[in-house]
Design a protein around this ligand. Structure first.
Ligand code: NAP
Length: 312
């Protein structure tokens, strides 16, 4: 057990990510006290029972005296929360967030912060398709990347302290520029989610088929699409509304590639298809070698179910 990295951590929004942070901080003794706020009394009551030392009715109350504040609400709710807590932040406090998009969060939050607090935006590349205060667990961040996008002139000591907390929860921390983060995430997470939503939508339109066959035979690729497409609707709506440019850029490239493959199928160009699939197979091997997924067949699922690593 290490000494607490922060004396009082305030979590605003108490769902999957905040809950997982609280469980992980408790398990490793990283925070002296964990205070939380969510908008609904139900969520606050569950969080109080499961992982918060104290919950408050307003976000403003929660951040008072906290040396770390973590914004864990959907990206579209960040600005209103920042506006409310800005005047109540303790001098010298660090404020971070876990939003899946970085440039838009910076633009929404920064104008509301007083001088003398350290704003260090962040994003854990970890999640599941579940949400809410009961969905968190202590090992969510183990061996997952946590990207920080510090602003120009950020205080190196404040950043190093935050890194210690994140590493204490098992994460691997890296730093990058916010714009670059948004482009990378559009490739590895946001556009793949949109494609999954689309594929499940297509199946849904073919009602005649979905009624029986799709459900019955979904032990193949479609099942993985349905898991991704079950992700939280509010969170993903906000991701696409706020990472618009990068997602549209990647979608444009995706469409071009799709047309090339479509043409190869139409023309019976097996050579093109084989070469393409050989290249993509190598990318999967790279991900396994980097320790970001399991090499077990079918994501390590046992017959009839089980859970591979999921989420972002
Ligand atoms: P979640 O489980 O749905 O929890 C969201 C929390 O935010 C809930 O406690 C909710 O309160 C609160 N909230 C929602 N709208 C609010 C508003 N307008 N004002 C105040 N509080 C509000 O979400 P999550 O999965 O933890 O995601 C939280 C953040 O993490 C998002 O920004 C998301 O982009 C990011 N993220 C998610 C994942 C993932 O895979 N899930 C991964 C990395 C990062 P109530 O329960 O009272 O409604």
């Amino acid at each position: 057990m290490t000494a607490p990295v922060y004396n009082r951590v305030a979590l605003i929004g108490l769902g999957l990510i905040a809950g997982s942070m609280a469980h992980a901080m408790r398990a490793a003794g990283l925070a002296g006290e964990i205070v939380g706020h969510a908008r609904s009394p139900e969520t606050r009551a569950i969080a109080r029972e499961l992982f918060c030392d104290r919950v408050t009715e307003t976000a403003a109350e929660a951040v008072q005296g906290a040396d770390l504040v973590v914004l864990c609400v959907p990206v579209g709710a960040m600005e209103a929360v920042a506006e409310e807590i800005g005047p109540h932040l303790a001098p010298g406090a660090t404020i971070t967030d876990v939003g899946s998009v970085k440039q838009a969060v910076i633009e929404a939050v920064q104008p509301h912060l007083p001088a003398g607090v350290h704003f260090i935006p962040g994003h854990p590349l970890a999640g599941t398709e579940y949400s809410g205060p009961r969905s968190g667990f202590a090992t969510l961040f183990q061996n997952r990347w946590w990207l920080l996008t510090p602003l120009e002139g950020a205080d190196p000591q404040a950043t190093a302290r935050l890194r210690r907390l994140l590493e204490g929860m098992g994460a691997n921390v890296d730093e990058m520029e916010a714009k670059r983060h948004d482009l990378v995430l559009a490739v590895v997470s946001h556009t793949p989610h949109l494609i999954a939503y689309t594929m499940v939508g297509v199946a849904d339109h073919l009602r005649r088929v979905t009624q029986e066959e799709v459900i019955k035979y979904s032990a193949s690729g479609f099942r993985d699409f349905t898991r991704i497409a079950a992700s939280d609707a509010t969170m993903w709506r906000d991701v696409f509304l706020t990472n618009k440019d990068a997602v549209l850029d990647i979608l444009g490239r995706f469409t071009e590639e799709l047309f090339t493959l479509q043409r190869a199928i139409r023309m019976g160009d097996g050579e093109h298809l084989h070469a393409y699939f050989t290249r993509t197979r190598a990318i999967r091997r790279g991900i396994i070698e980097a320790g970001q997924d399991t090499s077990a067949p079918n994501f390590g699922r046992v017959a009839g179910g089980g859970e591979g690593s999921a989420g972002e």
